[in-house]
Design a protein around this ligand. Structure first.
Ligand SMILES: [Zn+2]
Ligand SMILES: [Zn+2]
Length: 133
């Protein structure tokens, strides 16, 4: 597994939790590699700006593994929708990405140390480690 920020960015934007396709030259190269390896659904590159890039079933598995490894590394345990909204929370087991919510900024919050960050301004790949790890 390549474990770098570029891989994180590409997998995330191609996943259902992502913000859609983002096309820098280096991202494009990595998307093509991921497609070649069978993690991203095959679609012609000239269509990407319109349809985006999306993980296939293997890609979703790879993304889950990647996130598991990343979260073991930084040690934060994000609150889920169930944690913040109780049993009624929609998508209960999913990370609550609005645990931190300030205007246009939002992101998850750690159950163990209270750390939170805006997922638009910062990458989960680059955050500091949990102090209660
Ligand atoms: Zn923490
Ligand atoms: Zn922000």
């Amino acid at each position: 597994m390549r474990f770098d920020k570029l891989e994180y960015d590409c997998l995330r934007s191609a996943s259902s939790e992502g913000f859609g396709y983002y096309a820098s030259e280096e991202h494009t190269k990595r998307y093509l590699l991921l497609m070649e390896e069978g993690y991203i659904k095959n679609s012609p590159q000239k269509e990407w700006f319109r349809v985006g890039v999306h993980l296939n079933r293997e890609g979703e598995k790879y993304w889950k593994l990647f996130l598991k490894k990343l979260r073991e590394k930084h040690g934060h345990v994000w609150k889920t929708n169930k944690d913040t909204q109780g049993e009624k929370g929609k998508w209960g087991s999913r990370v609550d990405v609005f645990a931190l919510s300030e205007g246009n900024h939002n992101g998850p919050e750690c159950k163990k140390c209270g750390f939170s960050f805006c997922q638009h301004c910062k990458s989960e790949f680059e955050i500091e480690e949990c102090v209660n790890k």
